[in-house]
Design a binder for this molecule. Structure first.
Ligand code: BGC
Length: 743
């Protein structure tokens, strides 16, 4: 039920009412009360110390208190404080609460923003019914390095897919002030580019890349109504996010037009001296104020030093007032002043489970399916279920699932048992994903030898991804490859299911298995979703939101790369083993590839198979209008040529082959997920505007006249293409820029 979304832009009357209230309250506040609004504290209960601080107005927001009665007690203390300002109560509701949807990377793999939005609305209501009113989500860090553990929390390598998911999340979380959570897109910006895929590491990102790749998802979230944001922990071009005035003022406010509040990441202000950009805590607090960080999450530095800073510099009082005013406006917009602010109805668990399971199903990506191994047609056969993740209802939930109820999560083994009619044998093989063989491999291969079908569930436990859980390798941990080899030797038909928090190196798995289903930790609905897919009660429709490398050494590998001046030519690259001993320097040809690995990915961005096949034809492009009214219409016919219902994700990519700043070889511009019955055809139409052709050169947005190439198909390697030419008169002055200016 949608009443009115929380958004600055959509309802000016609401914003004015919030501002009037905030100005009135601000005028009555003491210095200590103002500083209190900047102070956020994490506790797991309403301790006496916290209660006192709240009652005295020394704390404006809390995080990690989840017990509804404790939250109620804290809000009561806040309402009885001198000015009765309610608390923001934050929690990382990242992909669910008691019921978990797939990790965000899996949500991106659904390519289904409408279903993601529905789930977010339900999960927001579940958390809000406890009194939580703010979540530190969605994480919008575009990431092209699977070594980084937090790749699990984002939507993958692509700015457009991340932007679409950002909008869905924000709209879903903030569907109505009374039943919603305030969204907090994070971590502004470029955190996902941490050097060597190592968490908290520094990032150096050109303005061109910031504007074209890292900012657009945030802009989309703000357009959808997000009014809070969290800066990155990491050093972004020499200055950590929490003290980075250029990032938080010039870019976030002036260029992206953000209005709302900035909350630091956990103790990020206290880390400024550790980074080496502040002498001490006091200077760090000053940097935070200057950059426009409103709320200090857990460093206590504002509480300790802002009063002193105000005494020393009157301009600090002005800054403080501006920050407090915006915090108060956000509290009002979030509906915290409304009488039933903490009493929304809890959604029905079955609705949450249904939504999470649908998403789990649409998130699983069928990578290979030799000779139609899947779906398994005969449920009366003998089945062996093997693997350290086959019966792990907690590990399959993935990172950020500390509020999850494991009782609501069904394992793959349990779901297969419920559906299978023949004999079913189970062996864990290894005690956990990092486990070393203690005799389990032999037992596992012996049951595989007796079965007609074997389902082997491998991957990573939840703890191997997420914050501060980075890896230097992307292989299957522990003895899983040995388990795979032994089971593959014994099995008649081997189906491998991977549950993981990141892309993994899967060349060996692909070689040994008859079919591979890859799933980013799919959450509470894993069991039923995977079992239905394996048995053909559902048809796989997940598509990769990231490129799967062959080897970790290819990282970062992503589809939207630059062409280089020397792209490798297919069939003309010479690999290490083929180079004659004593070969001369130039004999391998000088192109851009590694000597020891095929330059292509194992599976490209956007890829995923179905149990049916789709044919594309009749691609057309037409252009109408001029400048801001220009519309591009691209149509294509898609036909289900198989004999099962199937969901196809029709993907549209652009290449701008000649520009003053080299553009990526392809960029995703639009996609649509369509359900097609056998033999059914559908015309899919994409409508784009001139903005979809624009790129940022680090100074402003441009569209250049000339040739544009469109590619349509099932993944980022789609071959069907058409061309479009635009001249300067069609582009109009606004986006034309100075065409003669050299970069
Ligand atoms: C993470 C944030 C998170 C915060 C609060 C930090 O360590 O980087 O993403 O929102 O903790 O839990």
């Amino acid at each position: 039920m949608r009443r009115h979304a929380i958004s600055k832009g959509h309802d000016p009357a609401r914003y004015s009412a919030a501002e009037a209230w905030a100005r009135d309250v601000l005028a009555k506040m003491t210095l200590a009360e103002k500083i209190g609004q900047l102070n956020q504290v994490s506790e797991d209960s309403a301790s006496a110390v916290l209660m006192d601080a709240v009652a005295a107005g020394r704390v404006g927001s809390v995080l990690n208190v989840v017990d509804p009665s404790e939250i109620a007690v804290l809000q009561a203390a806040a309402s009885e404080s001198r000015l009765g300002i309610p608390l923001l109560v934050g929690r990382d509701v990242v992909h669910g609460f008691e019921v978990m949807a797939p990790i965000p990377l899996g949500l991106a793999a659904t390519w289904n923003p409408a279903k993601v939005e529905q789930f977010c609305t339900l999960t927001a209501a579940a958390a809000r019914s406890r009194g939580i009113n703010w979540t530190f989500a969605p994480m919008l860090d575009v990431c092209r390095d699977p070594r980084w553990g937090r790749i699990a929390e984002g939507f993958g390598e692509d700015a457009r897919l991340t932007s679409v998911m950002a909008e869905a999340f924000v709209r879903g979380l903030q569907a109505s002030p009374e039943d919603s959570l305030l969204a907090c897109p994070k971590h502004f910006a470029g955190y996902g580019a941490s050097e060597s895929g190592l968490d908290y590491n520094r990032t150096y990102i050109s303005d061109i890349e910031l504007f074209n790749v890292y900012f657009p998802p945030f802009a989309a979230a703000f357009d959808a109504g997000a009014i809070t944001v969290m800066p990155s922990f990491s050093d972004v071009n020499g200055q950590p996010g929490a003290g980075n005035r250029r990032l938080l003022k010039t870019f976030l406010r002036d260029r992206l037009g953000f209005r709302g509040l900035v909350v630091s990441d956990w103790a990020a202000l206290a880390e400024l001296p550790v980074h080496g950009v502040a002498e001490d805590g006091k200077e760090a607090a000053q940097l935070g104020l200057n950059a426009g960080v409103h709320i200090d999450m857990m460093s206590g530095l504002y509480e300790r030093f802002v009063s002193e800073l105000v005494d020393e510099g009157p301009e600090n009082l002005e800054q403080l007032d501006a920050l407090v005013l915006e915090i108060l406006i956000v509290k009002h917009l979030a509906g915290l002043l409304e009488p039933n602010a903490t009493k929304s109805a809890e959604p029905v668990i079955d609705d949450l489970l249904h939504s999470a399971t649908e998403l789990a199903s649409e998130s699983c990506i069928l990578l290979t399916n030799e000779g139609g191994t899947l779906p398994i047609m005969n449920r009366n056969d003998s089945l062996a279920v093997i693997g350290p993740l086959a019966d792990q209802r907690e590990e399959q939930l993935g990172t950020w699932s500390f509020d999850a109820d494991p009782q609501l999560s069904g394992s793959i083994l349990k779901a297969l048992k419920a559906r299978w009619q023949g004999s079913l044998m189970y062996s864990v093989g290894l005690s956990h994903s990092r486990g070393m063989d203690e005799g389990g491999i032999e037992e596992a291969s012996s049951i595989a030898a007796k079965a007609t079908q074997t389902v082997l569930v491998l991957g990573e436990e939840a703890i191997l991804s997420g914050e501060a859980h980075c890896r230097s390798r992307l292989d299957l941990p522990g003895d899983q490859l040995r388990l795979l080899d032994a089971v593959a030797d014994a099995a008649e038909k081997l189906i491998v299911v991977i549950l993981a928090g990141r892309p993994l190196e899967l060349a060996d798995v692909v070689e040994r298995a008859d079919a591979v289903l890859f799933c980013f930790h799919p959450g509470s609905g894993t069991g039923p979703a995977v079992a239905d897919l394996l048995l053909g009660d559902a048809n796989p429709s997940g598509r990769l939101p990231v490129t799967l490398p062959r080897r970790v050494g290819q990282v970062p590998i992503y589809y939207g790369r630059g062409n280089t001046g020397r792209p490798p030519l297919k069939g003309e690259v010479q690999f290490l083993d083929d180079i004659p001993v004593g070969a001369k320097q130039y004999s391998t040809g000088n192109t851009s590839y590694h000597l020891d690995v095929d330059p292509s990915p194992l599976f490209p961005f956007g890829f995923g198979k179905s149990y049916t096949d789709f044919r594309y034809d009749r691609l057309t492009v037409s252009v109408a209008g001029v400048g801001q009214t220009l519309t591009i219409s691209i149509e294509v016919r898609v036909t289900n040529v198989g004999d099962r219902y199937g969901l196809e994700t029709v993907q549209l990519y652009l290449r701008d082959p000649v520009a003053r700043v080299a553009r990526p070889v392809r960029e995703l511009k639009a996609f649509e997920k369509v359900m097609l019955a056998p033999e059914e055809s559908r015309r899919v139409e994409f409508k784009l505007s001139i903005q979809d052709l624009a790129y940022h050169d680090g100074r402003s947005w441009f569209v250049e006249p000339g040739r544009f190439e469109w590619f349509v198909g099932s993944d980022s390697t789609a071959r069907m293409s058409c061309r479009m030419d635009l001249d300067a008169s069609q582009i109009g002055d606004e986006l034309l820029g100075h065409q003669n200016a050299s970069y």
